[in-house]
Write a protein that binds this ligand. Structure first.
Ligand SMILES: [Zn+2]
Length: 341
């Protein structure tokens, strides 16, 4: 396995850290294990999460070479399903039954990789059902998927059609577009003058900000540990889709002009040098809206870092910013918003 050992904290450079957690198995651990030619179990035992004793950042004890990461995100998992799901509206009962058919076919063919893929896809649709005193029913549908009970699911068609209408906010199929979150930005920033986004162009606030009449742009930045040149669906690259569908200008991050508010969602935790990136961000922008996974669960294998409250406060101190953390609506989805102003 071609891995580099990480001795210094990627945020504060401190050399003292302690074991934090092992990542759970997921699509990325499956793909990475195949790429580096080890078993998935061996990978997850070797590459684990440690916590910096100085700034509290959680990071991986070992990390992959940029060329391997680039292969992961251009060949193995070339397009960003959650981004396209948010842009194309995959949350519908008809789509559920379409994916159920493929799941059934994979079970018949005993195609383990496809079985896992469609099991996760179906579970994520159930997970995005709005909570409304229906926990038991959601649990029942999930258990049918887990136990490959296709007949149980087909017999639950009325229930599925009743609940799969509008996706729950901030879960997979709604992405990170939210009127409430935009209003929060406006309030805490004292009015948003202009808005830029970086990372995935499909799942954030660009469309909403544009509709509000704000100058917007999507900032292109090469990142080996993120979807890039091959994020193509239905013949359209994700950036072209945003450009054509929502009239969002595409601008290179490196040469972009100074702006007011920038948003990047589920992005910072992919970067190998988050501190350097944040320096560039705060050189160019007065305010930054950053969404990250909570750290109640172990940091996933494909995420280099996990952000604790103390590492967030470290950023605020370092760049002399106030950080707002009380946007509550997002929290039930397992995400946190950190708005630096
Ligand atoms: Zn540190």
């Amino acid at each position: 396995m071609n891995l580099k050992e990480i001795k210094n904290c990627p945020l504060c450079n401190c050399q003292v850290s302690s074991f934090h957690s092992n990542a759970f198995s997921n699509l990325y651990s499956e793909k990475i294990a195949q790429m580096v030619n080890v078993s998935e179990i061996e990978l997850l035992e070797n590459v684990f999460n440690v916590e910096c004793s100085e700034c509290g950042l959680i990071f991986k004890n070992k990390w992959f070479e940029p060329k391997d990461l680039n292969q992961l995100f251009t060949k193995e998992v070339p397009f960003h399903p959650k981004g396209w799901d948010a842009a194309l509206g995959r949350f519908s009962a008809n789509n559920f039954f379409k994916e159920l058919e493929i799941f059934q076919l994979a079970i018949t063919n005993n195609d383990i990789s496809k079985i896992n893929q469609y099991r996760r896809a179906l579970l994520s649709i159930i997970d995005s059902i709005v909570d409304a005193n229906n926990a038991e029913e959601k649990q029942m549908l999930s258990s049918y998927i887990e136990s490959k009970n296709i007949e149980g699911l087909r017999n639950s068609e009325d229930l599925i059609r009743k609940y799969i209408i509008e996706p729950a906010p901030f879960k997979r199929f709604a992405g990170f577009s939210s009127k409430a979150m935009w209003d929060y930005f406006e309030e805490k920033c004292g009015g948003v003058k202009n808005y830029a986004e970086l990372g995935c162009p499909l799942w954030g606030m660009l469309k909403h900000a544009k509709a509000k009449g704000k100058p917007v742009s999507f900032l292109k930045r090469f990142e080996p540990n993120y979807w890039g040149s091959n994020c193509i669906n239905l013949g359209s690259h994700c950036t072209s889709f945003a450009n054509n569908s929502w009239d969002v200008p595409l601008v290179d991050f490196d040469t972009s002009e100074k702006g007011h508010l920038i948003g990047f969602f589920q992005y910072l935790d992919h970067l190998e040098h988050p501190g350097e990136f944040l320096s560039e961000v705060f050189n160019k922008f007065e305010a930054a809206a950053i969404i990250l996974d909570g750290v109640e669960q172990p940091v996933a294998i494909q995420h280099y870092t996990g952000w604790t409250d103390s590492s967030i406060n470290f950023i605020a101190d370092k760049f002399n910013k106030t950080v707002h953390t009380n946007f509550e609506e997002i929290k039930s989805s397992g995400n946190y918003l950190y708005l630096f102003v």
